[in-house]
Design a protein around this ligand. Structure first.
Ligand SMILES: Cc1ncc(COP(=O)(O)O)c(C=O)c1O
Length: 377
């Protein structure tokens, strides 16, 4: 019986295990020197000046949003993202404004520009580099320059990706970027997240928000601390960061493997009449996801049957994403009826196929063969 092939999973090797075992024997297993070392290493990898590590990507979004947004600001967001991106806007008391996606699954920056021209109450943009494929950095720069908006890049999918030579997370065109180190992402700390920025004042605020709003300054009594804002315990542990540091050494290899597997999928579907990749192969993408579009109107089965039959065959598929604005909670806030023709068409056809560094080519071939058998041609 062959092992189950999920849509994504971590890769843990002996060096990772050793790093974690060693970290567990250190004096500090909560916040210790490995947290700062991991922050420095990720900041250097991305080309950003500062980084703040936290317990997950949602916490990163939360503190970044509190630090960047003003209550009542309108914030442009894509519907094609995980809930957390948009929820963070609400956490900060601001209002999301959903913008349709472009054909590559990313927020449509032309539509963002049109919305900004019409509505001066829009003050920020949350750009998700969907699937690992970065949004156009030139267009991002134009929006920032023309409208002076605050920009957050959600890089949960895109560590190691670059567009026009600009690395995801370098914050060259944005105020801050966030990452997730969930096991399906490129590198994992179990749960984990990070914010990168080039602003020293933002960095200081984020460090304070991560730890209950507490500040300690030289000259204070040894036991003393001051709470200056309402913060959280969003700390990550040294043990997790030991894993993160070890994984970071393997990251370029992970990305190379993901790209190679993406190329193999592209090749497998190149002449297929009913299946095509979301976008043709690009080395800009660090391929967190491999998304295909299936013409279900002409396929031999519908999407639900496809999911069920593939699962019976030991293959996990996923859909990224259900449109956030159509969720019941967002409907209760008055969202959900926006016209998003590209998102709707995309959502009706998208399927994410298994993609992770340890996926064997023989397993990938099995996925392809079962999928083609079920879809027909
Ligand atoms: C685009 C995006 N943003 C944010 C998050 C939240 O990250 P986490 O699961 O680490 O809280 C995710 C996680 O799936 C994500 O895909």
């Amino acid at each position: 019986m062959s092992r189950f092939i999920p849509y994504g999973r971590q890769s843990i090797d002996k060096a990772d295990l050793q790093a974690v075992t060693e970290a567990l024997q250190d004096d500090f297993i909560t916040t210790g020197p490995k947290v700062a070392a991991f922050e420095e290493a990720v900041a250097a990898y991305c080309g950003a000046r500062y980084a703040v590590a936290v317990c997950n990507g949602t916490a990163a979004l939360h503190i970044a949003s509190l630090a960047l947004l003003q209550p009542d600001w309108k914030v442009l967001v894509p519907p094609n993202t995980f809930l957390a991106t948009v929820n963070a806007v609400l956490y900060a008391g601001a209002r999301p404004a959903f913008i349709d996606i472009a054909e590559d699954g990313n927020i449509d920056l032309e539509l963002c520009e049109a919305a900004l021209e019409k509505d001066p109450t829009i003050k920020a943009l949350y750009a998700v580099h969907f699937s690992g494929n970065p949004v156009d950095q030139g267009k991002l720069a134009r929006l920032k320059e023309r409208f002076g908006i605050t920009i957050l890049e959600d890089c949960a999918h895109s560590i190691g990706a670059a567009q026009a030579g600009i690395r995801a997370g370098s914050c060259t065109r944005s105020d801050a970027s966030i990452f997730s180190f969930h096991p399906v992402k490129h590198l994992t700390t179990g749960e984990g997240g990070m914010v990168t920025t080039n602003s020293e004042s933002l960095y200081r605020t984020l460090m304070t928000l991560r730890n209950h709003g507490i500040v300690k300054t030289p000259g204070m009594d040894p036991w003393a601390y001051e709470m200056r804002m309402l913060g959280f315990n969003y700390r990550i542990t040294d043990v997790q960061c030991a894993l993160g540091l070890s994984q970071l050494k393997r990251l370029d290899g992970f990305i190379a493997r993901r790209r190679a597997l993406a190329k193999r999928y592209d090749k497998a579907f190149e002449d297929h009449p009913l299946i095509r990749p979301l976008y043709p192969y690009t080395s800009d993408s660090s391929y967190h996801l491999y998304v295909i579009l299936i013409d279900f109107e002409r396929a031999a089965c519908d999407r639900r049957t496809l999911f069920e039959k593939m699962r019976e065959e030991g293959v996990g598929l996923q859909v990224h994403y259900m449109p956030v604005n159509r969720q019941p909670y967002y409907r209760s806030l008055g969202y959900g009826d926006e016209k998003m023709p590209v998102m709707d068409r995309y959502y009706a056809r998208c399927v994410s196929l298994p993609l992770y560094p340890d996926l064997k080519e023989s397993e990938q071939d099995r996925v392809i063969a079962i999928l083609k058998g079920l879809i027909g041609a």
